[in-house]
Design a protein around this ligand. Structure first.
Ligand code: NAD
Length: 486
């Protein structure tokens, strides 16, 4: 299936800059691959520095103009309208994302619904964030204002384009910023579609600009542009470092949402019946290409063998196939990603593969299919237990007691999400504090959770928070006004 089989409501070969649909300045395009088949799905613009510059120049007109001056309630109404239009198009968007990213259709649909929900949430929040009055000296009235940064830059990855647009661009627009979005070159159809929907919903010109292109061209140009007042980057640790360095040149604040090696801790007293589906789903969702994938499962020794066997059973039943076939797992996003994930299994360093899923018969030859793998026997220091694999591979590690569990859980450079499975309430509270991560789920696991839940990392998982109301503090600047009136 290609985009020509779909009823496209936008032109994927154009950038959206200042309210106009334009070809990239150099008129060059990049091929976009369907990971399920290896076929070319569409051609997207190869935006470069000149296109980023045009977008950053167009954005202040919105920020200082109609969009920035609009009453907050009206701004919120437009965002909510975008959410409603996303809902009307939910099946189109799901198909686009499934074709583009390779994720099973149901998962892509959940992402489209999440995008709608973000726009509803931030639409509702637009007139809710208030300043404070501050008791000061006699004769003064002091208060604070929450103001937009101005132009916000958003560089996003290919794995969850709609979710990341919702939480990042949604939060920025909510506060009255004008956004410039650089989606990933591997998957960006829904980013361009989102611009078309926002335009249809009446978002003023220049409030949202979308410039697809390569990371080292368009992405690098956006991160270093002096006209950008805030940067939100979601992606790999290495590129996050580059973006932070680039932002430092303009003294611009940055939110970094990077990778993870998130653990789930399963104690002997856990409700295993409830835990098991979460344990596996959190590792194989989107073929494990999820920053908050629970790629490590830590199990207390008395139940270790029993849990390992039940996980293995589930793994042996997992089916991998094309996104549109909507099986448990889709293909990896690219040949490169397939090579990276396969590389991890080529060198087990003493660990062993306990069980694998299977790739369905007669999948298209050009797809990047990878049978999920459950690994055991890895020393906690083994790179399979330390590095982000970004594929459907979970490592199961035994632990003795609470202290041991915390030591292993905190024993990587990352700290994004953790899951704790235990019936002991006091232990739940102790561990929620002891574990170093941006989110902790107790007797559930949400791979980031709902739109209401602040999300972000510690350590190499990044800094700053998106999602929930918390994001709005990052997407705004606090101004203190001290008035002397005698
Ligand atoms: P990536 O860092 O290669 O790319 C992310 C984005 O950065 C893309 O748009 C890319 O074009 C751009 N980019 C690449 N080089 C650049 C440069 N020199 N300057 C500016 N921009 C550049 O990451 P990826 O492989 O697309 O995504 C996978 C990574 O993203 C994983 O590490 C994953 O954990 C992480 N991720 C994190 C979250 C989170 O919220 N924490 C969410 C999704 C993905």
């Amino acid at each position: 299936m290609t985009t020509s089989d779909l009823d496209l409501f936008f032109d994927p070969s154009r950038c959206f800059i200042g309210g106009e649909w334009v070809l990239a300045n150099g008129q060059e395009t990049l091929p976009l691959e369907n990971p399920s088949t290896g076929e070319i799905l569409a051609h997207i613009p190869r935006g470069r520095a000149a296109d980023i510059d045009a977008a950053v120049v167009a954005a202040p007109a919105a920020h200082h103009g109609e969009w920035g001056r609009m009453p907050a309630a009206e701004r919120g109404r437009i965002l909510a309208r975008i959410g409603h239009k996303v809902l009307e198009r939910v099946d189109d968007l799901a198909r686009l994302e499934a074709l583009d990213v390779g994720k099973p259709l149901r998962q892509a649909r959940a992402d489209a619904l999440a995008l709608a929900r973000y726009m509803e949430f931030y639409g509702g929040a637009a007139d809710k964030l208030m300043g404070e009055t501050i008791p000061y000296q006699a004769g003064y009235t002091v208060y604070t204002l929450r103001e937009p940064h101005g132009v916000t830059g958003h560089i996003i990855p290919w794995n969850y384009p709609m979710q990341v647009i919702g939480r990042s661009v949604g939060g920025a627009l909510c506060m009255g910023n004008a956004a410039v979005l650089k989606p990933a070159e591997e998957a960006c159809l829904t980013a361009i579609a989102f611009a078309a929907i926002a335009e249809e919903a009446g978002l003023p010109r220049g409030a949202l600009n979308v410039v697809p292109g390569l990371g080292e061209e368009a992405g690098a140009a956006l991160s270093v542009h002096p006209g950008v007042n805030h940067l939100s980057f979601t992606g790999s640790v290495g590129v996050g470092m580059l973006v932070q360095q680039a932002a430092a040149r303009n003294v611009v604040p940055v939110t970094l949402e990077l990778g993870g090696k998130s653990p789930q801790l399963v104690f002997a007293d856990a409700d295993l019946q409830r835990a098991l589906p979460f344990l596996v789903n959190a590792g194989i969702q989107n073929a494990g290409q999820t920053c908050s994938a629970a790629s490590r499962i830590l199990v207390q020794r008395p139940v270790y063998e029993a849990v390992l066997e039940r996980l293995a059973e589930r793994y042996r039943a997992l089916e991998v196939g094309p996104a549109m076939a909507d099986l448990d797992v889709g293909p990896l996003v690219s040949a490169r990603q397939h090579e990276i994930v396969s590389g991890f299994l080529a060198d087990l360093g003493g660990a062993r593969i306990v069980a694998r899923g299977h790739v369905a018969d007669s999948v298209p030859a050009g797809g990047h299919y990878f049978a999920p793998a459950l690994v055991a026997g890895a020393d906690p220091g083994n790179r399979l237990a330390q590095d982000e694999i970004f594929g459907p591979v979970q490592v199961v590690i035994p632990f003795d007691d609470e202290a041991d569990a915390v030591r292993i859980a905190n024993g990587t450079d990352y700290g994004l999400v953790a899951g704790i499975w235990t019936a002991d309430g006091a232990r739940q509270m102790r561990l929620a504090r002891a574990i170093r991560s941006g989110q902790v789920f107790i007797n559930n696991y949400g791979a980031g959770g709902g739109v209401e839940l602040p999300f972000g990392g510690t350590g190499r998982s990044g800094h700053g928070r998106e999602k929930g109301l918390e994001a709005l503090y990052g997407f705004s600047v606090l101004k203190t006004v001290a008035a002397w009136h005698g």
